[in-house]
Design a protein around this ligand. Sequence first.
Ligand SMILES: Cc1cc2nc3c(=O)[nH]c(=O)nc-3n(C[C@H](O)[C@H](O)[C@H](O)COP(=O)(O)OP(=O)(O)OC[C@H]3O[C@@H](n4cnc5c(N)ncnc54)[C@H](O)[C@@H]3O)c2cc1C
Length: 344
Amino acid sequence: DEVTTRTGGAFSVFTPFWRAARPLISDPGRIEPPARLPAPDAWPVSEALDSWGLHPVSPDWSAGFADWTPGEAGARERLGRFLARGLAGYGRARDFPAEPGVSRLSAHLHFGEISPFALWRGALNAVERGAAPETDAEKFLAELGWREFNAAISGRGRDLALTSFDSRFEAVAWRKSPRDLAAWRRGRTGYPIVDAGMRELWTTGWMHNRVRMICASFLAKHLLLDWREGESWFWDTLVDADHASNAGNWQWVAGSGADAAPYFRIFSPMAQGAKFDPDGRYVRKWVPEVARLPDRWLHAPWTAPPLVLDAAGVRLGETYPAPVVDHDFARARALEAYAVVKGR
Ligand SMILES: Cc1cc2nc3c(=O)[nH]c(=O)nc-3n(C[C@H](O)[C@H](O)[C@H](O)COP(=O)(O)OP(=O)(O)OC[C@H]3O[C@@H](n4cnc5c(N)ncnc54)[C@H](O)[C@@H]3O)c2cc1C
């Protein structure tokens, strides 16, 4: 609320918001935990936490969350690792899902297990020590800025998980297709980069930011399904699910958000895959059915000659789905459906 325009209004565009917010941020320094907390003389009768059976057992769907140590110690450890090995080069590496280029601190931040100031301080100290270039650190701090921006936008009254920030987008006629929605949720769209992301999410509770954008765009534009369907699936499956960041980013992708991507910009999953997973390491990890395809066809298996598919053991529609929708057709359909916002 302290970050306002000159006339006292709220920002709706990130860059001026961040320009105004950045100088207002002052690090209070590390606050040590109290040495001891006074305990009550008598504890009320309580239940044993284990008796709540919170840990899933049959099946244990949390098995894939193993790379994850909830709590402050786990958060500090992860921050230390990122500052030592990830911050230098962050500006470039953060877009490549197969590289260890991001901090993976989102859930720790969401649950308050670490303060954003700890990240702030760590990044600026790394620059001072000469351990990371300033440009990389500033990029990282700006991502924390996006977290603040989303929180600021979502604090204005309307529930942005339910309503478009830009109300013109309420006129888009979304399709209803339980079949397409299920294919997207389960990572069976036939577009390997989308399927890889959706499977990473289902298995680990986390998905790389670049791939979140590709998968979200695929739902809202290629499948023309209401972005709220995607938001609610992410809400159910992300370990870092955060009301403001999830809704804000979904609306950013769908075009209806504050400072959103223009609605007519439609990601090509093939081009995104080739650019950000050029050697296919990410796709091969999560979509083993196509792993033996050469790089050239990995992101668009349906374009591979029959002999190449044969040699890689891929039978479209059998071992791996044929595309759930044709790219050019989907693009044209989305542009037409989204055109209703123009006249409003
Ligand atoms: C469709 C979609 C849904 C998303 N849903 C969520 C969500 O529910 N919860 C969530 O925390 N992030 C969400 N994000 C933002 C982003 O993808 C994650 O914060 C990021 O991938 C977390 O990984 P990291 O900690 O390694 O990020 P890093 O790159 O290391 O960034 C550091 C921190 O900055 C913040 N941050 C980075 N990017 C963004 C962003 N675009 N918006 C807001 N904060 C950001 C996060 O707190 C993150 O932990 C979503 C993005 C998209 C495109």
